[in-house]
Design a protein around this ligand. Structure first.
Ligand SMILES: NC(=O)C1=CN([C@@H]2O[C@H](COP(=O)(O)OP(=O)(O)OC[C@H]3O[C@@H](n4cnc5c(N)ncnc54)[C@H](OP(=O)(O)O)[C@@H]3O)[C@@H](O)[C@H]2O)[C@@H](O)CC1
Ligand SMILES: [K+]
Length: 482
């Protein structure tokens, strides 16, 4: 599934029309599906539809007509000046005897639901004046808001903060990058010819359908040496500091993602956990000979992080570079060696690698992930909401995961999990996408059950659950399809 920019979406609409597909049909499906979502969410609670003069407003007229037919009380306020499909949709509504009043007279109050049909993909710049005031009034009302296609005003401020959003035809960039404004997300298929949605130049959204075939097979003849062995190099002890938990969590992440054997290279005195790991105590960041197919390096490495990473390079294996291993010099060395490495920075570490501030990373995670991948010629997992995976020109956004994962050690679990998939033979981009997806899904399953307050080790424990759901084709979509 591809992630569209508003411009790319308008292009696809235009191409459908050029192919002879009547755009009024698209609008009818859009409004009708949105009315279906309205009824599911709010039943027969009275609706106030606020419609702009473009096609987003047209969708609002269609929705209003379908709600009327279902016996819902509807009031409609609309901007002047509709043309084309939006005008036809307005006339169809008027034919049902409903009065459409000027937007300037919009009023709403307790016991009503607002339908935001003001602006969609046609917005050109931030809202100001009357529209900014209207949007702020909608938000301040505390009433539920159903946004059509996009919460009006996105990607700028001010914008509608929706209770739910029905995206038409495809997800657009703000749906994933500014997800908080969208509330519960629905994706409505509206009849756009499928080939128009298959644009290889656009970023991918990691879907269960695309990831399921990547799951490493576990044949009946499998043994611990045949399904992928991982070496974890991390931890630090010295100068009054001791980082012991991080490599242990990475080892746990690797095992829980299906590694056959995990070798743990960590400072002497590190607790022997998990019991299943083969422990190699070291007094300095060195690499003992290991029979493994992939490495995870740097978790809790502190001042040893860089040395661990440069040591690990000598093994010539697919490697996950995390936390204290994330230095420009290290990434450069891996690029030169032509090794398939996966960098797993959060915004701060990505900023350090690129020489920009974490705030700048937050403003453009897609651009930063791509820039890092191109600069070092490696695979990049830029952790955040959403996490972005980049390699060469390929970009993938991960739709699983939630704020309960924002807790110490979850990144270490992820590094180990991706290393296990590399060890099982997946190429770096695929290992990264699958690892990130399952790690996020594990967090979602736990958050659904327990809420906030998760421990990283519990996320590791839930990885087999997430993997099983995906393998059986039962992984839930992070948004509803209608
Ligand atoms: N096309 C299709 O086949 C389908 C499209 N669909 C739907 O159409 C939506 C896109 O429709 P759209 O292109 O008409 O744009 P839309 O979002 O309604 O806004 C345009 C209006 O906004 C105005 N405006 C812009 N910026 C502004 C600002 N800063 N401040 C104030 N005003 C501003 C602009 O004014 P203008 O610049 O023209 O004066 C114009 O009047 C899409 O999201 C989906 O919901 C579905 O029905 C499925 C089929
Ligand atoms: K809207």
């Amino acid at each position: 599934m591809r992630l569209f920019t508003p411009e790319a979406m308008r292009e696809a609409d235009g191409k459908a029309v050029a192919l002879g597909y009547p755009s009024l049909l698209l609008m009818e499906w859009a409004g009708m599906k949105a009315a279906r979502v309205y009824l599911d969410l709010f039943g027969k609670v009275p609706a106030v539809v606020l419609a702009g003069k473009g096609n987003n407003g047209g969708d609002g007229f269609v929705l209003a007509r379908h709600l009327l037919l279902e016996g819902v009380r509807v009031r409609v306020f609309a901007a002047e000046g509709q043309e084309g499909d939006a005008l036809l949709a307005k006339r169809a509504l008027l034919a049902h005897g409903l009065e459409v009043r000027p937007l300037e007279e919009a009023s709403f109050g307790p016991g009503e639901v607002l339908v935001d049909a003001l602006f969609g993909t046609g917005l050109k710049g931030p809202l100001s004046g009357f529209y900014a005031g209207l949007v702020e009034g909608m938000n301040a009302s505390g009433l539920p808001i159903l946004a059509l296609d996009l919460p009006s005003g996105l990607p700028y401020a001010p914008h509608v903060r929706a209770t739910a959003t029905v995206a038409f035809a495809a997800l657009k960039t703000p749906h994933l990058l500014l997800r908080e404004a969208c509330g519960k997300l629905y994706l409505a298929e509206i009849g756009l010819p499928k080939p128009l949605l298959e644009r290889e130049d656009l970023p991918q959204v990691a879907t269960p359908e695309a990831l399921r075939p990547l799951l490493p097979k576990r044949p009946l003849t499998a043994h611990k040496g045949s399904v992928g062995r991982v070496g974890v190099l991390g931890g630090y002890r010295g100068e009054g500091l001791r980082y012991a938990g991080a490599p242990l969590l990475a080892a746990l992440g690797a095992y829980r993602m299906g590694a056959g054997l995990v070798h743990l290279v960590a400072p002497e005195g590190t607790p022997l956990e998990p019991l299943e790991a083969v422990f190699h105590p070291v007094s300095s960041p060195t690499l003992p000979p290991l029979k493994v197919e992939a490495l995870a390096v740097g978790m809790g490495g502190g001042p040893w992080g860089k040395a661990w990473a440069l040591e690990a390079l000598k093994a010539g294996l697919p490697t996950v570079l995390d936390a204290d291993a994330l230095h420009p010099e290290v990434a450069e060395a891996y690029r030169k060696a032509g090794l398939p490495a996966v960098l797993t920075p959060h915004a701060g570490e990505a900023g350090r690698l690129l020489g920009v501030s974490p705030e700048e990373v937050g403003k453009d995670p897609l651009g930063v992930a791509q820039a890092l991948a191109e600069r070092f010629g490696l695979t990049v997992v830029l952790k955040g909401n959403p996490t972005v995976v980049a390699e060469g020109k390929r970009l993938s956004l991960n739709p699983t995961g939630n704020p309960a994962l924002a807790t110490g050690g979850t990144g270490d679990v992820l590094a180990g999990a991706i290393a296990a998939l590399l060890a099982a033979g997946l190429p770096p981009f695929e290992a990264a996408r699958l690892g990130v997806y399952l790690h996020g899904l594990a967090g979602d399953l736990l958050a659904e059950e327990k809420g906030v307050g998760l421990l990283a080790r519990e996320v590791a424990e839930a990885l087999p659950w997430a993997r099983k759901l995906l393998a059986e084709g039962r992984a839930p979509w992070p948004f509803s399809r209608v």
